[in-house]
Design a protein. Structure first.
Length: 128
């Protein structure tokens, strides 16, 4: 699954995903502004809000209410440091969470941050 996020200020969002979070731009188009991004195995798309977009109703911030996008990365610590250096406030601080998968308990270290439009991003690192 590759989510596509409608964003209200494309340049601000692209800067956040690329410069702050470390996503790589795989595809970039204009009119409307669009980018296909990746970070490790995670992929997502950004598209500027426009009248012909696939909007099912009026958008108001925070966008994406009711969902969070989990993005698994190898090590969350460098990203946490980079967010702090750039003055980005976390929505939820980093902590270890334990989940049962069948008879096995697994641990993920994770934190949540909102992007400029309020989309909730949950970065997680698998802990053995």
């Amino acid at each position: 699954m590759v989510p596509e996020l409608t964003v209200t200020d494309f340049s601000v969002s692209l800067n956040f995903y690329q410069k702050i979070l470390g996503f790589e731009v795989l595809i970039r188009r204009k009119d409307p502004d669009f980018a296909y991004l990746s970070l490790g195995e995670a992929q997502l798309m950004l598209e500027a809000l426009h009248d012909e977009g696939w909007n099912t109703g009026e958008l108001s911030k925070p966008l994406g209410r009711g969902i969070n996008l989990q993005i698994e990365i190898y090590d969350i610590n460098p990203l946490l440091t980079h967010l702090q250096i750039n003055g980005i406030e976390l929505y939820r601080p980093a902590k270890n969470n334990y989940y049962c998968i069948g008879d096995t308990q697994v641990c993920q270290r994770e934190f949540l941050v909102q992007d400029p439009d309020g989309y909730l991003l949950r970065f997680s690192q698998y802990i053995e």
